[in-house]
Design a protein around this ligand. Structure first.
Ligand SMILES: [Zn+2]
Length: 324
């Protein structure tokens, strides 16, 4: 069963907001677009794995996507982790095209595309490192010792994976998505003894979910930007024009003449992601270009956001980023 589904991360949401807000000619815009498209490719790769994982017997496995855990002051992330009563399995998923050469010497991986070659981080070693960290993490949390296996899964079906002879210690940990279920069956055959009873399994599941800490980066700082670099206003949901004007109970687009009652939702969402996870009436008026306190209050209220404080000191919080 899926215990933690594959979701768009906060980092991707922040990149999307920045991509939407920054002027196309802004100097960091190309960097933002590149990072966003790389991360979306990674997300789609993981999502595509869901189809293959859905073939697994539902009751046997707990499946966790994107777990991020703290171990000795540093976070480590597991793209996909499978847990059953006999073993754990860490899947490092990539969507890499071209040819992947696994060289025996120095444990290197070289990716070749058309005429260019580049050395890339060896995903098998990455998968192994995460598995080792998880094993230590489980030990520190007083869990029973189970074998943790690891695989690098490439989700691009056109990719050619090449390895030198004598490199089996690496290649046994590589597979394409299509072969994944068979690979898991092989691991099952070699690990038939139940090491964890249902109670212990549930305990580990709870521990993993309770200790998961989503990454919440300061995206402006990451690109050396300040709130002043972010254009204010409400985007038109039809043609993306900025800013719409609020008039007679709806948002009006001067460009395509579209009217909307809810266009402010996206602007407030962008504010939470890029500026800060809370907003006051005054900040709302400034960011959304509204003059009236009462209209601002009405619009904020329509969003059903969690809030603290009374009357004019009221602060509205992002439902996703706010913890009581
Ligand atoms: Zn428009």
């Amino acid at each position: 069963m899926i215990s933690k589904p594959c979701e768009i991360t906060i980092r991707i949401e922040k990149l999307q907001a920045l991509d939407r807000r920054l002027a196309p000619y802004h100097q960091v815009h190309p960097e933002v677009t590149t990072e966003l498209s790389n991360r979306m490719a990674g997300y789609r790769g993981e999502k595509s794995l869901d189809f293959h994982l859905s073939m697994l017997p539902d009751k046997k496995y707990y499946i966790f996507h994107g777990l991020r855990l703290l171990y000795r002051n540093y976070f480590f992330q597991l793209d996909n982790f499978l847990l059953c009563s006999a073993f754990g399995l860490n899947l490092e998923v990539k969507n890499m095209g071209g040819e992947l050469h696994f060289e025996k010497k120095f444990n290197q991986m070289v990716q070749t595309k058309k005429d260019s070659s580049a050395r890339k981080t060896n995903p098998v070693l990455q998968a192994r490192l995460q598995a080792i960290k998880l094993k230590k993490w489980l030990k520190e949390h007083n869990c029973l010792d189970i074998p943790i296996y690891y695989l690098f899964v490439n989700s691009n079906s056109k990719t050619l994976i090449i390895s030198e002879p004598g490199n089996e210690h690496i290649t046994q940990h590589i597979c394409n998505s299509e072969f994944l279920i068979e690979k898991i069956a092989q691991i099952e055959t070699n690990n038939k003894t139940d090491l964890l009873d249902p109670k212990e399994l549930r305990k580990i599941k709870r521990l993993l979910l309770n200790n998961h800490t989503p990454e919440n980066p300061d995206i402006l700082q990451h690109f050396n930007l300040t709130p002043k670099d972010i254009p204010t206003g409400v985007h038109c949901p039809g043609c993306s024009f900025l800013p719409m004007k609020y008039f007679r109970g709806s948002w009006n687009c001067p460009n395509c003449k579209l009217k909307s009652k809810t266009a402010h939702y996206q602007a407030v969402h962008d504010y939470f992601l890029l500026i800060k996870p809370s907003i006051t009436n005054a900040e709302f008026r400034h960011f959304l270009h509204i003059d009236s306190i009462h209209i601002a209050q009405k619009l904020l209220f329509s969003m059903n956001l969690p809030y603290t404080g009374k009357f004019k000191d009221r602060v509205y919080h992002s439902p996703a980023l706010w913890k009581e």
